[in-house]
Design a protein around this ligand. Structure first.
Ligand code: LMR
Length: 428
């Protein structure tokens, strides 16, 4: 050991003792850390796994299951995997991710023949699925519009609040759901849009709103877009369920296309978790429409710079799967068929759940089960009724009464309907 090193150690010991008091015991560093509250969605999945009951039903997390309640790997994904097997290197992707994947993904949101794509006006990077896209955007918003806020619908996906909170963006809310009609509170929503300060940021669900399953009609989207124009608001679309609302990804992008027709410069988060079943692959895309190519180059470079200290570059495997599927016309056709198959099974289960409840003689209205769309049914069950479903019937769902219709099967729909009927009897 050199004299210099020994000297510095000595000095450090003296200065710690003199200025910082007695040295901390090794075990005291994290004594103040309390356990984090359970995640309202993923916590339900954990509780389900821990339940040994053979009758247990998981309609909590939004993850698609087949009619036997089993996770699904799409046939197009299996085929892409076969093509990859043994042929892929494990090199880093660039900071912005796979160019091919991003190119194909933009076509899904903005349209195959989009002029914005042709004119290179979209800054886009591969993201860690939809959550990562939202978070990257929130960080971008904080860095380049530091005094802005975000308007979030009531209710919304619980994680939206965490994302913008951790990006230190103040949150405001706007009316969305109307509990009495179990539909959209359009007048109150429009009032909130009009009353927000000019140039506000709004988070919109492009389709299959999570958790309510309630979307504006095409006409209503036009009015919303018009009002955004009048107020100069910025629309950030979270499109986590493209294809799950109607069974057709093109139709499900209608809200975005309406905003583009009106010339809005939007932001958009896309995810392949649901519509390609690539949940654990964490593959998605963040895009920001810019005024011109020069601006898009600058914005993309900043998005990459935000990504670099967080995760450096995104994972490669899922991106290759998506690129293979979307750039091969036959595989893309197969994917579209499989998305429709998933959406149709869910629609079938909506009908079955409603019919079962009606057959049991429930005098309550269950019309909303078939009126709402996408992966979720916002049942109207109270937190207490949800607690009874879980404790007495081993049925797991979030306490806001959201039922993931993707977990309903011909095998469990009768059991589920009966349990819902029993716990809602006192309200009948
Ligand atoms: C959900 O809403 O259940 C899904 O988006 C899964 C998640 O990460 O919360």
């Amino acid at each position: 050991m050199s004299f210099g090193t020994a000297m510095s150690r000595q000095l450090l010991r003296c200065s710690s003792a003199a200025t910082l008091g007695a040295p901390r015991s090794m075990s005291s560093w994290w004594r103040h850390v309390e356990p984090a509250p359970k995640d309202p969605i993923l916590g339900v999945a954990e509780a389900f796994l821990a339940d040994p009951s053979p009758n247990k039903v998981n309609v909590g997390v939004g993850a698609y299951r087949d009619d036997n309640g089993k996770p699904v790997v799409l046939e197009c994904v299996r085929e892409a995997e076969r093509r990859i097997a043994g042929n892929m290197n494990m090199e880093y992707l660039p900071m912005g991710g796979s160019l091919k994947m991003v190119e194909e993904t933009l076509k899904l949101a903005y349209g195959e023949n989009s002029n914005l794509i042709k004119d290179k006006r979209i800054a886009a990077v591969q993201s860690l699925s939809g959550t990562g896209a939202c978070r990257l955007f929130a960080d971008f918003q904080k860095r380049f519009s530091p005094d802005s806020q975000i308007y979030i619908p009531v209710p919304t996906w619980a994680n939206h609040h965490n994302i913008w909170r951790d990006a230190h963006i103040p949150q405001r809310t706007f009316h969305y759901y109307h509990p009495e009609s179990r539909g959209l509170n359009f007048p109150a929503m429009m009032d909130d849009i009009k009353n927000a300060p000019n140039g506000s940021f709004f988070l919109l669900h492009a389709c299959a709103h999570n958790p309510t399953g309630v979307d504006p009609s095409e006409e209503q989207w036009r009015e919303i877009s018009y009002q955004f124009k009048v107020k100069g608001h910025f629309a950030f679309f979270d499109m986590a369920y493209q294809g799950f609302a109607s069974g057709d990804p093109e139709r499900d992008a209608k809200s975005i296309r309406i905003f583009l027709e009106d010339g809005h410069l939007i932001g958009c988060a896309q995810s392949y978790a649901k519509n390609m079943g690539l949940y654990g692959q964490r593959v998605g895309c963040l895009s920001v429409v810019c005024e011109d190519e020069k601006q898009a180059v600058a914005v993309k470079s900043q998005l990459q710079q935000l990504a670099r200290p967080m995760y450096s570059s995104p994972p490669v495997h899922g991106a290759v799967i998506v690129s293979i599927i979307l750039s091969d016309p036959d595989l893309k056709k197969l994917w579209l068929k499989e998305v429709k198959g998933m959406a149709d099974r869910i629609i079938g289960m909506r009908t079955a759940l409603r019919e079962n409840l009606e057959k049991l003689g429930s005098p309550l209205s269950w019309e909303h089960i078939t009126k709402q769309i996408g992966m979720f049914c916002y049942s109207g069950l109270t937190p207490e009724q949800v607690d009874r479903l879980t404790s007495e019937y081993h049925i797991y769902l979030t306490r806001n009464g959201r039922i993931s219709m993707a977990g309903v099967t011909t095998g469990n729909v009768g059991y589920l309907a009966n349990a819902i009927h029993e716990v809602t009897k006192s309200a009948q």
